[in-house]
Design a binder for this molecule. Structure first.
Ligand code: KIV
Ligand code: ZN
Length: 503
């Protein structure tokens, strides 16, 4: 019989805790809603005790999401468990995910506790979590460097204490596929009660083996896999959700396993996460990279034209990528524009569509053809109307090899024009300084800046994504133009306006 594999998505916990991947509350809610549409079984929404922001995010996600279990991570201590419970308790299906390290190296140097103490804590805290919720996951942190017999004892006891899922993390990305398969097989044979719970694997990608190790775990009998969209996560990241799901979907003959993921939502989910964390998709990223379904060499093109399966093991459509022969440009009307956006998965309200169409027309004046990636960038870089406190009226920058960069920025707000000039390390820095002065936001910290061309050619659109921090508040902004100074200014304004909105 085909095995049903549960997907625990940790984009909002392990993923979000990675440098440069932080999101604000509104962004986390958008990701959570998309994960629900994608069909994940469990959303690990955060680590409630770690900060007020994480607590609020887990709580809001628990209140919003209806079709997935919502989990919070907790160390094996009461205060963590209490915070996790408070945050998830209103969820339709709440889970507390407890962990404690079981490897000699972690117990000695990090926990400074004996194995016996770790075992007692694991049992007591599992019982405590179980007194609050029925769904308790227990993780042996650094499982792949733990002694098997000790780990088996811990697992047996936490299952007795009420754990419903036991997780085997490869915390430092150290294991190999055959070792992981062997470990899961051994645990399944040696841990009393293990067949009554879900066995989960959680692999990090330090040696580039996260997906392979996770899939080896499935092959050996794991029934839950933990992963993050685009593989974001601590250090080199977690196993990528899209790779795991598509591996299982593409090789049922080998894994004999399936998930409840709607694979046609994969591309959208990936784009959303990349766009919110302000990163661009690597071209060769499996499943979701621009090149993932492109065939450049003549031999491959010939093969694909004759029969797609010669060089395609899955179709772009199956992950939600819709290719089109239609080229949009200056002469394309609103109908063609709307149709193509719908094919790309965007259903927009009439006023949003009008705004995007305006932007599209402006771009067509500067650029001959508008590609799908240009269209996606147009939709994603739109500043929501209610956040546009300050709009760009004009900019004038001077910069050169021997001259200090100066920028004169004019913004409009409430019908008034506001102007400031500023110097900087370059035209972009100077512009950002001028905007800070106008908006009275000198405390803004630029924590991420990326620029990407959305298509080929000298007239390509430059898409800039910035991430700003102001105190505790975070916001991502996007800007799009054929002039990269303008995209940079628009992206900064977009993020600064959002920061004003978060209060
Ligand atoms: O990598 C890890 O060990 C973890 C656990 C807390 C599940 O993220
Ligand atoms: Zn992890």
């Amino acid at each position: 019989m085909t095995k049903q594999i549960k997907i625990l998505d940790t984009t909002l916990r392990d993923g979000e805790q990675a440098p440069g991947c932080s999101m604000n509350l509104e962004e986390k809610l958008r990701v959570a809603r998309q994960l629900e549409t994608l069909g994940v079984d469990v959303i690990e929404a955060g680590f409630a005790v770690s900060s007020q922001g994480d607590f609020e995010a887990v709580k809001s996600i628990a209140q919003t999401v209806k079709n997935c279990t919502v989990a919070s991570l907790a160390r094996s201590v009461k205060t963590d468990i209490d915070a996790a419970y408070e945050a998830v308790r209103t969820a339709t299906s709440p889970r507390i995910h407890l962990f404690i390290a079981t490897s000699p190296i972690h117990m000695k140097h990090k926990l400074k506790r004996s194995p016996a103490e770790v075992l007692t804590t694991a049992i007591e805290m599992t019982k405590y979590a179980k007194s609050l919720v029925s769904d308790v996951e227990f993780s042996c942190e650094d499982a792949t460097r733990s002694e098997r017999t000790f780990m088996a004892e811990v697992l047996r006891e936490v299952i007795k204490a009420g754990a419903t899922t036991v997780n085997i993390p490869d915390t430092v990305g150290y294991t190999t596929p055959s070792e992981m398969a062997d470990l899961i097989t051994w645990l399944k044979a040696n841990v009393e009660g293990i067949d009554t719970v879900d066995v989960s694997v959680h692999c990090h990608n330090d040696l580039g083996l996260a997906a392979a190790n996770t899939l080896a775990g499935v092959h050996a009998g794991a029934t839950q896999i933990e992963c993050a969209v685009n593989g974001i996560g601590e250090r080199a990241g977690n196993a990528a959700l899209e790779e795991l799901v598509m591996a299982l979907a593409t090789r049922p003959d080998f894994y004999n396993a399936t998930t409840q993921i709607d694979t046609t939502q994969i591309y959208r989910t990936s784009r959303l996460v990349y766009s919110l964390i302000g990163q661009t998709v690597p071209l060769n990223k499996p499943i979701v990279g621009t090149n993932a379904f492109l065939h450049e060499s003549g031999i491959h093109q010939h093969g694909v034209l004759e029969e797609r399966s010669t060089y395609e093991i899955m179709t772009p459509e199956s992950v939600g990528v819709h290719q089109s022969n239609m080229v949009l440009g200056k002469h394309s009307g609103r109908h063609a524009f709307e149709t193509r956006l719908a094919e790309l998965g965007y259903t927009l309200a009439p006023e949003e569509l009008n705004e995007h169409f305006e932007t599209f027309k402006q771009i067509c004046d500067k650029k001959k053809t508008v590609s799908d990636s240009d269209l996606e960038a147009i939709v994603e870089s739109r500043a929501p109307v209610n956040t546009a406190h300050y709009l760009l009226e004009n900019f004038d920058v001077r910069s050169g090899k021997e001259t200090t960069a100066v920028s004169l920025i004019s913004l409009s707000s409430n019908g008034q024009t506001l102007e400031e000039a500023s110097m900087g390390d370059g035209p972009i820095d100077a512009s950002y300084n001028a905007i800070d002065k106008i908006m009275n936001m000198e405390a803004n910290e630029l924590i991420n800046y990326s620029i990407n061309s959305t298509s080929d050619g000298k007239d390509a659109l430059g898409e800039v994504v910035v991430k700003l921090r102001n105190g505790e508040k975070l916001a991502t902004g996007r800007g799009l133009s054929t002039d990269i100074i303008e995209s940079s200014i628009l992206a900064y304004l977009n993020a600064a306006n959002k920061l004003l909105d978060v209060g």
